[in-house]
Design a protein around this ligand. Structure first.
Ligand code: BGC
Ligand code: NOJ
Length: 807
């Protein structure tokens, strides 16, 4: 069952009912000011940091779900309704929610009144605009009132939800010319405030939640809205809100066009006050300037145009016309859009990440970069340097850093032994995309320590050597606290409820990871290429020798007979072997080792993929492990804490399905590769939205697996490394346009039915117009001349190259 449809021309997903299985959200904002917005207007705003600079309050886990957001009430006679359905929850005569790139529009109507609400964050300013157009489509005059409301968060979202003994005393607001200013803690250490403004004459306001709602009322039916009269309340502590009341008398056909702005202002310390500090009147000048920039409908439509251009530009780097509209809409719009959202948010704020949890993950950020480096290469460069600065001199790394301070997070610690290798992966991707070798000379600190700067290349060398310096008894890499699978904790034995499975006492055994071994082969080859380009020929050769040796070691000690083993545990026993009771086969080493071409010539690769299909793949995707663990195993950790079929314990962990799809391309199995891609790809499973439940336009982290009672149900949409890896898979392996150091490698691997594909790829400033046609004579023709390799050499910026790929 579907709840909407794709409008590809507008790059929108149009939701046709407020009753989606879960809130289906979108993101507003491109730089520093962000908003989450659901299909009923729910969500919240923050400036840069979702925990420390939260502007509006959102109650996760509340009943009803999705409480908090942009609230609007239209009162028409005795009828009170909301154009976003929530919070008034009155049945609407019509409803549409259009989620587009960086904006969301609601179109609804009731009893002859039409409402159109457009929400977006302009590119250059720290504010969210809500343009509300109300029109009278009936044939009689309408006397209506419109009441808006938002609830302020007292800045620190964690403290806001816990420290009530203080917080109920500190809330402060100012009201001037209908603008409501939120200035809690401004009197002391904060040099920032927020405001909620409207560009039309108001007939009342409220800033105190209790007055606005009335006794025992909630947002569904505030007393002031029922009474048709605002309380004109001033908040002193408790819960400051901002609500405006506007009244209109609309003749048939007449419209009211209203602009609401939620803004964030920082003021230099010396200019905080308007008059003596003791008067407590804040400096509103910058707020007024911002409000003035957006007080006309023309200014709003100009900004919407600018936003559209911004996304046109970002999405123009890779465009495909394959004849399969689902493939095209994912590649051209939604997959790339999601990649940019993971760039902006990392894992901080979604409907599954509270904005109060993790900082930026080392491995997560490196992998996310693979999906956005072609869109924002300069920002990717900066990101790589930030990540590298939390690395240790021995190549290990802090596992996370805080985006505001950019410093490693000691609470989470280090010892996740896959981390260092991802740094090679993202740097290689950056250099292959841009040709900018200078990044490797950039001085970068180790562990954020002044004076420890070494060229980025030395960090890559440290990464490579970290694996070699940390080998176990089988000469396979030691796993440390965990590798990519954070829940396979072979050195962290937790018996305390509630403690972190990853950071509890580490027993430091010789547990080894075949997954890291595969990664070492995959990324070690990229490292060798980078050495070569730096003229370090001996080092390149030594690296290649180490990589080849690791590949042999995998086949010798990491092969179980029909598939790759997952690990050796702290006892030296096998994990992911046919000899295990549960957890016989894991997806990660099958995907990664075959991607790294281990066992391709000797047959193991194909066998591993056959086993993957047989034991792990079912109608909703390829599961992480089978059989799932049925009981808690102290020596395996968090994986066995999840009920069978969920999360790391045997769900379809969408992140590593693309590894298997890529692996299928490595052995030349186009149909299987595409099938794996298709099975979890949102656009192809839109029809089962009632089962899948999360948004049909973006990937989710996890889909309940073959052993789960709710098989097929997804969770954790949006902020997942799945976005980047599926884009890498579809763009570089299925469509086969892969940036390499010397140019663009073109090697599609697509099912037979794709016989006329056109791609526009902007690469290092040059435009490549690429056509794939089926032919017996295979090869690449560049501007009409046949190439004797499958790498089209990088062309000068500004040039236009036409490539025909016969395949
Ligand atoms: C989740 C993992 C995640 C880990 C670290 C676990 O609870 O299942 O997916 O990587 O926490 O944040
Ligand atoms: C989500 C985490 O963000 C990521 O770092 C990890 O690799 C996967 N879960 C698998 O556990």
């Amino acid at each position: 069952m579907k709840y909407g449809y794709f409008d590809d021309a507008k790059r929108e997903y149009v939701i046709e009912t407020p009753f989606t299985p879960l809130p289906w959200i979108n993101y507003l904002g491109s730089n520093e000011f962000f908003g989450l917005i659901s299909n009923t207007g729910g969500g919240y705003n923050f400036y840069r940091d979702a925990m420390l600079r939260r502007l509006t309050r959102y109650r996760y886990n509340n009943v009803p779900r999705d409480t908090g957001g942009r609230l609007f009430y239209i009162k028409d006679g005795d009828e009170i309704w909301s154009p976003t359905y929530f919070p008034a929850k009155k049945e609407l005569d019509s409803y549409k929610c259009r989620h587009g790139n960086g904006y969301t529009v609601f179109e609804s109507s009731k009893n002859g009144i039409k409402a159109e609400l457009t929400c977006f964050v302009p590119i250059k300013d720290n504010c969210e605009i809500n343009r509300l157009i109300i029109s009278n489509s009936s044939d009689s005059k309408k006397e209506i009132s419109i009441t808006s409301a938002i609830e302020f968060c007292l800045w620190n979202a964690a403290d806001d939800g816990t420290n009530f003994q203080r917080n109920f005393n500190i809330g402060e607001v100012e009201i001037e010319d209908g603008v409501i200013y939120h200035k809690t803690e401004y009197r002391e250490r904060r040099n920032h405030y927020s405001f909620y403004a409207v560009n039309q004459k108001t007939t009342g306001f409220d800033t105190d939640l209790d007055t606005f709602l009335g006794k025992f009322k909630d947002y569904e039916n505030p007393q002031t809205v029922i009474d048709g009269k605002s309380g004109n309340s001033k908040a002193h502590g408790w819960s400051p809100i901002a609500s405006h009341r506007l009244e209109y008398s609309l003749s048939p056909g007449e419209k009211a066009e209203i602009i609401f702005i939620l803004g964030y202002i920082e003021v230099p310390k010396s200019e905080k006050w308007d008059g003596p500090a003791a008067n407590g009147i804040i400096n509103k000048k910058p707020a007024k300037e911002l409000i003035n920039r957006y007080n006309t409908l023309k200014a709003i439509s100009d900004e919407l145009d600018a936003l559209k251009k911004h996304w046109d530009e970002l999405l123009s780097k890779f465009e495909v016309n394959s004849g399969d509209e689902k493939l095209d809409r994912m590649v051209n719009i939604w997959n790339q859009y999601q990649c940019m959202i993971t760039f902006n948010m990392s894992r901080s704020a979604s409907y599954y990440e509270s904005g109060q949890g993790r900082g930026m993950g080392f491995r997560d950020s490196c992998q996310d970069l693979l999906g956005f480096v072609h869109m924002v290469p300069e920002r990717a460069r900066e990101r790589i340097l930030d990540i590298a600065a939390i690395q240790f001199e021995n190549g290990g790394a802090w596992h996370q850093y805080q985006p505001l301070t950019k410093r490693g997070n000691a609470n989470v610690g280090s010892g996740f032994n896959d981390d260092p290798l991802w740094l090679i992966g993202c740097t290689f991707a950056y250099v292959a995309e841009t040709g900018d070798y200078s990044i490797m000379d950039e001085p970068v600190q180790f562990e954020n320590k002044e004076g420890s700067e070494k060229p980025l290349f030395d960090h890559l060398r440290a990464s490579f050597n970290y694996t070699l310096n940390n080998l176990g008894p089988h000469k396979l890499p030691l796993i440390g606290r965990a590798d990519w699978n954070d829940c396979l904790n072979l050195n962290c034995f937790s018996e305390e409820p509630g403690e972190s499975f990853q950071t509890c006492a580490n027993i430091e055994s010789d547990a080894e990871s075949i997954f890291i071994a595969g990664m070492f082969v995959f990324y070690g080859r990229q490292y060798a290429q980078l050495c070569q380009k730096r003229g370090l020929i001996d080092e390149a050769e030594a690296a290649t020798a180490a990589v080849n040796e690791m590949s042999d070691t995998i086949l010798k000690h990491g092969w179980d007979g029909d598939w790759f083993l997952r690990a050796y545990d702290s006892n030296g026993d096998k994990v992911g072997s046919s000899s295990c009771t549960d957890g016989k086969i894991f997806i990660e080493p099958q995907g990664m080792c075959v991607m790294a071409e281990v066992g391709v010539d000797t047959g193991e690769a194909k066998k591993a993929l056959e086993a993957t299909k047989k034991y792990l793949t079912f109608e909703y995707g390829t599961c992480l492990v089978a059989p799932a663990y049925k009981e808690y195993h102290l020596h395996l950790g968090e994986i066995s804490s999840y009920p069978p079929g969920y999360k790391e314990n045997g769900s379809v962990f969408c992140h590593n399905n693309p590894w298997v799809s890529i692996a299928e391309t490595v052995v030349g199995n186009a149909d299987e590769a595409f099938e794996i891609f298709r099975t979890t790809c949102p656009a192809y499973i839109e029809d089962i939205s009632d089962i899948h439940r999360t948004e049909p336009y973006v990937y989710s982290q996890t889909i309940a697996g073959q052993e789960a009672p709710t098989a097929g149900e997804a969770k954790n949409s949006w902020l997942t490394g799945t976005a980047a890896w599926t884009f890498v898979n579809v763009s570089q392996y299925l469509l086969g346009i892969k940036p390499e150091l010397d140019g663009l490698c073109i090697k599609p691997c697509l099912p037979e039915r794709f016989n006329n594909v056109k791609i526009k790829r902007i690469y290092r400033g040059a435009t490549y117009n690429i056509t794939f046609v089926r032919s017996d004579e295979k090869g690449l023709w560049v501007n009409g001349i046949k190439l004797d390799s499958n790498i089209v050499p990088a062309a000068p910026s500004g040039s236009v190259i036409s490539v025909e790929c016969r395949f």
